[in-house]
Design a protein around this ligand. Sequence first.
Ligand SMILES: *Cc1c(COP(=O)(O)O)cnc(C)c1O
Length: 404
Amino acid sequence: MSAPAAPQTPGRFGPFGGRYVSETLIPSLDQLTAAWAAASADPTFSEELDRLLSDYVGRPTPLGFAARLSAEVREESGRDVRIYLKREDLCHTGAHKINNCIGQLLLARRMGKTRIIAETGAGQHGVATASACALFGLPCEIYMGAVDVERQGLNVFRMKLLGAQVHAVKDGTATLKDAMNEALRDWVTNVADTHYVIGSVAGPHPYPLLVRELQAVIGREARAQIQEVEGRLPDACVACVGGGSNAMGLFHAFVPDPAVRLFGVEAAGDGIETARHAATLSKGRVGVLHGARSYVLCDDDGQISEAHSISAGLDYPGVGPEHSFLKETGRATYLAVTDEGAIAGFQRLARTEGILCALESAHAIAALPQVAATLPDGAVLIANVSGRGDKDMGTLAARLGVTL
Ligand SMILES: *Cc1c(COP(=O)(O)O)cnc(C)c1O
């Protein structure tokens, strides 16, 4: 990417967000902004999106009372809380990411784009994009750091089975941030016929807004579901934060209700006092990454640092600009959970509720006692189970010293 230019249009969350991208991309970002505005006002678009979310993704996902998990959290926190789980792990492809991909593919088709590109770290967004492309019959190319291609062989195989072409990116640290830079480069070159599906609430405007709107179905459903069972709004919502899309998706419907506290949980890796973590909001500084101003992990010279987490999906040195805004305004609170804590959270959910969740989601589960301790007795919590754990069995077995 060329040196960041000043942001050229709105799309800001306070001082965060904007468009720090090469001028070549501005017309496409404008086109995407206009296409989204037109689509969201068009009932045929929302009907088709709703139909795909129901028939293909499997929505609405359940919101279920977690009795045995609540009992353990009560024991540990001393607070009599009731915890409900929003089950995004039950979505087709195993996580919330498909909600966004389906919506962006519908938009791409509306804009007449005939080629789809995406970046992926762990491969989850790549698999979701490749699935959606197969469904829409569009060619799909995925950029992935060469190191991640090595580490995530199973997801590379999945993407190829789904018909996608996977490019291994060897630049820099050959991980997610390099894959995202390469995808942006491809987009600059092929912008006329190509749509770039960004996988989280990150990137230049309108992506943070667009992805939030496409994930906001999580919170809309959860809000209606909790009112149905509890007859009131929850006291708190809890979700893990990588780029921040499952968290924004859950939070958005509750942001206007000040009585609903919002907790985002980042990955503390080996600990936020070490150099090996992905706790961007807890330990980062304000900078520019992937076309937006937000908190980032960087060194004293402003060079982006590598992030570390046991869960590849949280391993991102940036965070969506709206989270930076929610943090600065105090509307949301951000905590960090270590790798070890996440494993304990994973085991707790498995043991108490019979759910093997993604290691990303396990960060949110692990933070529940700490969140509960800040709430009154009788509080109602919603925790987002962003994905299922099948993909993490190899990592977990290795950590637990088990040979499969
Ligand atoms: C990708 C992923 C995440 C992190 O992404 P967000 O944009 O922060 O939601 C969390 N959970 C799962 C299961 C994922 O696959």
